[in-house]
Design a protein around this ligand. Structure first.
Ligand code: ADP
Length: 479
């Protein structure tokens, strides 16, 4: 059994989680520890005990550790990518890219540990000086989803440690393999014991314990809207700091003047790649009338050419859906959209096996046309390879439809018009806006996050991560 890491020791847990390959459900990747509330509390106690010393560690110490972690991740990107593709189901190139991103994130935050900054200001009073500095928050609880098994943990763990916090990390139950591998690297990095703890186990036990424990100063969460609301309620109840990244129903606008090849690539990349299981996926494509029919025909042609197969096989474009319940949810939405009168232009059916007869959670990507704003398929996040096309009369209507959602994570536009591109960047109500680029696939050194119902609290990644992982101190000195 792969064990949990608590206070520098690998410890058995009361239960076991079986990690299954969604590309071949006969393939058991491993058995992983399944903690309960008591074990979670042990981890919190260890992190709390480690905090006073770690919060005063030197920037050099933190740089060296995070840089070494980043180097090991990058050096092992193929092997870790293979594990990631095997447990999550994204294709091998996507998985290796995700691992590289995680390595680069550790390197970026290694550098940030050396650049904490601060401000020195004159007071409004004579003879008084003012200093503004940032200090770590304390013990941070990190709760992550299954769709980015190493990148999301990396973009939360690396800044937490870089700014001097201690960590209790609870990964998603579906992808413990990548989380364990990352914890293994961290356990050999020279971190003092208790600074980083891995507690694999269910959200209802491990997650809920983190939310309610007064020793956890801050919670960073990525996952569903429903769980995000629980995190918010629990944290407000005890005045803990929190940060949420949740759902999206991201629009991709395609205007008449778009380059058709660029538009098709943006829509197919961001709608279907990684099996549509990205919070930045564009699941609504809003197309103006002059290009609509040509665009739909080209997307259908492209979808026909995509190979749905084992995530680790060369030539696979789309891997399987992550598990049976996600597949059932995707198929449910295909039925809902049909029932609402949408036209299924392509796909939408489950494939029980791949070409080699491996049983897995395979699904042909689904494209719906003739959809309207009021349909559930355009209001609710599916989190699968299911995309709907909305027809718009002109740019103004397309912009209105793009913003007509309770979410606001990412938004894209395909256009050759500087005027419309500029207007869209300013008037999109999303936290991240892409022009002639897919909405999914973002840089690792700049802020990530959304508006409205997608996100809550300070941005993640880049220098902006400091806002969440530190607290500001204003010190006055009379000379
Ligand atoms: P997803 O649909 O991505 O699985 P969830 O919100 O269910 O979204 O899961 C995201 C993370 O939140 C996972 O690590 C999960 O175990 C955790 N989680 C689920 N329920 C709770 C809860 N009640 N309290 C804290 N964490 C939870």
């Amino acid at each position: 059994m792969f064990k949990n890491l608590i206070n520098g020791d690998w410890v058995e847990a009361p239960g076991v989680t079986r990690n299954i390959n969604p590309s071949d459900t006969r393939d058991l990747i491993g058995e992983y520890a399944k903690a309960d509330a008591a074990q979670t509390k042990d981890a919190i106690a260890a992190a709390q005990a480690a905090f006073p010393a770690w919060s005063l560690s030197t920037p050099q110490q933190r740089f060296d550790i995070l840089d070494a972690v980043g180097s090991e991740i990058l050096a092992r990107r193929n092997e870790l990518g293979d594990l990631l593709a095997r447990e999550e189901g994204k294709t091998l190139p996507e998985a290796i890219g995700e691992v590289a991103r995680a390595g680069n994130i550790f390197k970026f935050f290694a550098g940030e540990a050396l650049r904490p900054g601060g401000e020195v200001l004159p007071s409004v009073r004579p003879g008084v000086g003012v200093e503004i500095t940032r200090e770590p928050v304390g013990v941070v609880g990190i709760i992550t989803p299954w769709n980015f098994p190493i990148a999301i943990p990396a973009w939360k763990i690396a800044p937490a440690l870089a700014y001097g916090n201690c960590v209790v990390f609870k990964p998603a139950e579906l992808v413990p393999g990548s989380a364990w591998a990352l914890a293994d690297i961290l356990s050999r990095s020279g971190l003092p014991k208790g600074v980083f703890n891995l507690v694999m186990g269910p959200g209802s036990q491990v997650g809920a314990t983190l939310l309610d424990d007064a020793r956890i100063a801050a919670i960073t969460f990525t996952g569903s809207v429903g769980t995000g609301k629980r995190v918010a309620a629990a944290c407000v109840g005890r005045m803990a700091k929190f940060q949420l990244e949740m759902g999206g129903k991201n629009p991709m606008v395609v205007l008449d003047d778009a380059d058709l090849g660029v538009a098709v690539n943006c829509a197919v990349q961001s709608g279907f790649f990684s099996t549509g299981q990205r919070c930045t996926a564009s699941s609504r494509v809003i197309v103006t009338e002059g290009i609509h029919d040509r665009f739909v025909a080209a997307v259908v042609e492209k979808l026909r050419s995509l190979k749905v197969d084992d995530a680790r096989k060369t030539g696979t474009d789309l891997g399987p859906v992550v598990d049976a319940s996600q597949l059932a949810q995707n198929l449910k939405y295909v039925e809902i959209a049909r029932g609402e009168g949408a036209t299924l232009a392509y796909g939408g059916d489950a494939l029980e096996h791949n070409a080699d007869g491996q049983p897995g959670f395979y699904m042909r990507p689904a494209l719906f046309t003739d959809t309207t704003a009021g349909m559930r398929i355009n209001g609710e996040e599916v989190f699968g390879p299911v995309v709907s096309v909305l027809r718009a009369k002109n740019y103004d209507e397309a912009l209105h439809l793009a913003n007509d959602t309770p979410f606001g994570l990412a938004a894209g536009i395909a256009t050759t018009s500087l005027k419309y591109a500029t207007h869209f960047k300013r008037h999109s109500q999303a936290g991240m806006v892409m022009v002639n680029l897919p909405t999914a696939g973002v840089d690792y050194h700049v802020p990530f996050g959304g508006r409205k119902g997608s996100s809550y609290g300070p941005r993640e990644q880049g220098r902006y991560a400091a806002e969440f992982y530190t607290t500001v101190k204003t010190a006055y000195t009379q000379a």
